[in-house]
Write a protein that binds this ligand. Structure first.
Ligand SMILES: CC(C)(COP(=O)(O)OP(=O)(O)OC[C@H]1O[C@@H](n2cnc3c(N)ncnc32)[C@H](O)[C@@H]1OP(=O)(O)O)[C@@H](O)C(=O)NCCC(=O)NCCS
Length: 211
């Protein structure tokens, strides 16, 4: 499945914190390279600099963040950190996040994309290798890196379009879910709710809740 990945904003901080709180201790250790307390995790999320770095997320059908990529901006390179919730793994979300991170790094003129993981992290090493990254061992850690081609008008447009597409897809999914809930309520309670349903459908769409 081709997962749609959306750029995250400061308004998503709570959703990002919830995503990390749903990762088990082992996933957190793989993601950050060491064990992390819940307080340290909150601190990390609070300190994310959305001006300098870029965060991307893949939302599930319940509008929760199934996967997150943190693309930290180094001098000429982007360093990526990835996490996908256990029950969403193996479905291509990690690959989609890494692809979007590379497209973004290229669009902003960075020369390389890198990521660092623990040496026994087979899933990450295979994902990186499958994405064409070269693996090295640096200070006992596995470093994956790839040189990015220069941005072109097409690659910049590709990033803009994938962002718009992801937003539209998410909005449609959120609103479809709301309508489905109303529909079920109507079926359970009979015609009494149909006027309310009609009013809800007629009401202009509210912005997607970013939490
Ligand atoms: C690493 C991680 C992000 C992969 O996410 P994912 O959504 O499951 O990955 P995908 O489904 O996109 O898999 C893409 C490719 O990665 C490789 N891969 C993924 N999981 C794998 C596993 N458990 N074992 C071996 N290879 C694996 C495969 O090559 C796969 O391609 P294929 O399905 O065509 O064989 C996820 O396992 C995770 O969140 N781990 C904990 C945090 C972490 O390790 N972060 C990395 C450090 S930054």
């Amino acid at each position: 499945m081709n997962h749609l990945v959306q750029r995250l904003q400061p308004a998503h901080r709570k959703a990002i914190a919830r995503h990390f709180s749903r990762l088990d201790a082992e996933a957190l250790r793989l993601r950050f390279g060491h064990a992390l307390t819940r307080a340290a995790l909150r601190e990390y999320v609070a300190r994310i600099d959305f001006q300098r770095d870029a965060l991307f997320g893949a939302f599930d059908d319940a509008d929760r963040l199934a996967g997150v990529a943190h693309v930290a901006r180094l001098e000429a390179a982007a360093e990526v950190g990835l996490s996908v919730l256990r029950r969403h793994r193996g479905q291509g979300i990690g690959r989609a996040l890494l692809g979007r991170a590379a497209t973004h790094a290229r669009a902003i003129g960075l020369e390389r994309i890198e990521l660092l993981c623990l040496p026994h992290n087979q899933a990450m090493a295979r994902l990186a290798a499958a994405a064409g990254m070269t693996l090295h061992t640096v200070d006992g850690m596995t470093q994956a890196s790839a040189t990015l081609p220069s941005a072109t008008l097409l690659s910049v447009c590709e990033e803009l379009l994938s962002e718009e597409w992801a937003r539209l897809d998410r909005r449609i999914r959120v609103e479809t879910r709301a309508l489905r809930a109303l529909w079920h309520a109507r079926r359970e309670t009979g015609q009494g709710i149909s006027r309310r349903l009609a009013r809800a459908v007629a009401r202009p769409a509210e912005p997607v809740r970013e939490s």
